[in-house]
Design a binder for this molecule. Sequence first.
Ligand code: CTP
Ligand code: MG
Length: 229
Amino acid sequence: EPVVAIVVAAGSGSRLGASVPKALVEVGGVPLLLRSLARLAAGGAQHAVVVVPPDAADAFAAVLERAPLPVTTVAGGAERQDSVAAGLAALQQMLGEQEVVVLIHDAARAFVPAEVVARVADAVRAGADAVIPTVPVTDSVREVDDDDGSHVIDRARLRSVQTPQGFLRSVIEAAHAELAETGTPVTDDAAAAEYLGHTITLVEGDRRAFKVTEPLDLVLAEALASEEG
Ligand code: CTP
Ligand code: MG
């Protein structure tokens, strides 16, 4: 099957606090969005649907003239989940019922290695319904109780979830449609697939697929960008 990426870039980046939407923030002179697109293309994506903030469509269009693969843009929604749904709708417009491998990726994970992208796509092609890259949790973790107490969680059993997450289009479309109908909120797309009873396949992620979220993350991002040359 062809591999298509949905890149969600419609958030404002309130925690980063930059003067432009987070996906347009430049690291080493290159916007995070273009870095993400290059990694997805290198990992095998043939086309990308980029979900952009409705009030910044022109600025995104200007940047996307330099996209390293063919791109379709669509306006996002209030929550990430709404933006993914908009991306899936655009894909349906484009492809009708054709089955494809869909990689759903946060624009803010701009340094994801191409090998991780390919690993996710390969696992979907090999027959998995839903595939996520994960990394072990390195901090000790405690769960806070209602009564102000807390208890330790066994870190060895925990994983941090990254993107791109990979699905057959039919699987993730049905999952998002079901969530929209029932009004169930989720923070990632694998949770949507899990809600419909699909098994989630974990593949090895990479620390470099971290999400640029807070100003400190830009320090690491700049270092990675200069390492690359
Ligand atoms: N995203 C989106 N539409 C939204 C919210 C988020 O497309 N309504 C995208 C962001 O652009 C980002 C990814 O989802 O690439 C992960 O979200 P996050 O890191 O939380 O980005 P923001 O929501 O922009 O940041 P913040 O929560 O700090 O405002
Ligand atoms: Mg957010």
